[in-house]
Design a protein around this ligand. Structure first.
Ligand SMILES: [Zn+2]
Length: 454
């Protein structure tokens, strides 16, 4: 009996222990899930975008069409200025093209036949027009505006080109998948002999640009043609082999991990898709380097060779950041909204402690603005504690706090976001520090002092 009873108790006990353990495990799991969910939600670019007032999408404007707010636009412009400067430095010529074009352009390019369901097509005064889904045919027209010689090549036309593509509403997601977006697009026209060098230089350049945004890890997919079905593809065997070898060799030279996707190339040329890995380990496809043996043929894109004969040019499409909207979403989630100083919409929040220090704070702010530092003055009547908290929530990398002591000594008390107090300095010292962190600053090289690194 006793034994049974004991056994019973033991059973009961062990049951209750295991049950409570089970509950505990479930509860921990639930809490972990909730925590993961909360973290996911907190990291979501749509949530951060709203908190920091960066962008919105309005029902009245339409799904998948992004409105960039002032602070989002600052970041967008900084990225663009940096991008444009780096492109000019690296042998690109910037161009600008219209948002619409006659239907006949898209008929020649083939888009009207193969891509129509994604295109916004309309008629005006009896003539058909298309809102551009791509920039390529425009760049081709610029190339073709006059005869080109082998001496002119390579030619690299780059544009922040805004395009519109119809995507089913179920697939739209924040900034990640939209209907109107801007590509950091470029088209390279070169000779067959220049292909190898172009691709390698391009990969070097891509790496440099992506690293500037804190993306240091990549993987790549090389899409090649199906070796058994050559008839499916446009362009000669020689061109395909040359292009595929150039892409593979460039990836190997740069020691980028890649997978060859045999048979996955589109009919008009092989390509590399570069995936960046963000802070949470997620992979995102951004960069595409795509050969095109179709458009040069359709538009008769030629150059006069050294022998005086006309030859078809090699055309490479490339977007490094991809769609800016999508890249912005990835960037927001990568840094959790804590933009590095060079991208932050407000680099310095100037916070007067009381009314007496407001005049000096105004001068501090203006001196910063004059030095092309993005400074913002908090003139509210709130306490300094509240102002600091607010600047922390807005994730401004620096705060310049000015009270009576700062007014008397002509200094500023500086706080760094997530680091706290970093001491007292002059306005010029803080300006110098920010300029050193500012990749978009045109005199970056001049500012860097290797003896005195930050
Ligand atoms: Zn293109």
């Amino acid at each position: 009996m006793v034994g049974v009873f004991k056994w019973g108790i033991q059973k009961h006990e062990s049951e209750s222990v295991s049950e409570s353990r089970h509950h505990h495990r479930n509860r921990v799991k639930l809490l972990e899930n909730k925590k993961a969910e909360r973290e996911l939600l907190e990291a979501d670019h749509r949530v951060i975008g709203q908190q920091l007032d960066l962008f919105s999408i309005s029902e009245d404007v339409g799904a998948g069409l992004v409105l960039w707010h002032p602070k989002g636009t600052i970041i967008r412009d900084v990225i663009r200025e940096f991008w444009e400067r780096e492109h000019r430095r690296n042998g690109y010529q910037l161009v600008a093209t219209p948002h619409i074009a006659r239907e006949r352009l898209w008929r020649i390019s083939g888009h009207l036949d193969y891509y129509r369901r994604h295109m916004y097509v309309f008629k005006k005064a009896g003539e058909g027009y298309v809102v551009k889904p791509m920039n390529c045919p425009f760049h081709v027209q610029i190339y073709k505006a006059k005869p080109r010689s082998y001496r002119d090549l390579p030619m690299r036309f780059a544009e922040w080109g805004t395009v519109y593509r119809y995507e089913p509403s179920g697939t739209l997601c924040g900034l990640l998948r939209v209907r109107g977006f801007t590509q950091d697009d470029a088209h390279i026209f070169c000779t067959e002999e220049q292909v190898q060098r172009e691709v390698l230089t391009l990969l070097d350049f891509t790496e440099k640009i992506l690293k500037s945004f804190g993306f240091n890890e990549y993987s790549a997919v090389l899409s090649t043609r199906d070796p058994k079905r050559h008839e499916k593809y446009m362009g000669s065997d020689l061109k395909w082999n040359q292009a595929q070898e150039a892409l593979a060799l460039a990836l190997e030279t740069k020691a980028i991990d890649y997978r060859e996707a045999e048979g996955e190339a589109v009919f008009y040329g092989p390509k590399i898709d570069l995936n960046i890995v963000d802070a949470s380990g997620k992979e995102w496809q951004c960069t595409t380097i795509q050969f095109d043996f179709n458009l040069p043929n359709r538009f008769n894109v030629c150059y006069i060779g050294a022998d005086g004969c006309e030859k078809e040019a090699i055309m490479i499409h490339r977007a490094l950041l991809g769609a800016i909207e999508r890249f912005f979403a990835i960037l927001i989630e990568h840094c959790g909204g804590n933009f590095p100083t060079w991208l932050a919409p407000v680099q310095v929040a100037v916070l007067p402690v009381s009314k007496e220090s407001t005049d000096y704070a105004r001068r501090v702010c203006q001196t910063m603005l004059n030095a092309a530092i993005r400074a913002e003055l908090d003139e509210s009547q709130a306490t300094i504690g509240y102002k600091i908290r607010n600047a922390e929530i807005q994730k401004s990398p620096y705060m310049a706090i000015v009270g009576r002591r700062e007014v008397e000594t002509h200094m500023i008390a500086v706080r760094k976001h997530r680091l706290g107090d970093i001491g007292s300095m002059t306005i010029q010292q803080l300006i110098a520090q920010i300029k050193q962190e500012d990749k978009a600053s045109p005199c970056l090289e001049d500012n860097v002092n290797p003896k005195n690194p930050i």
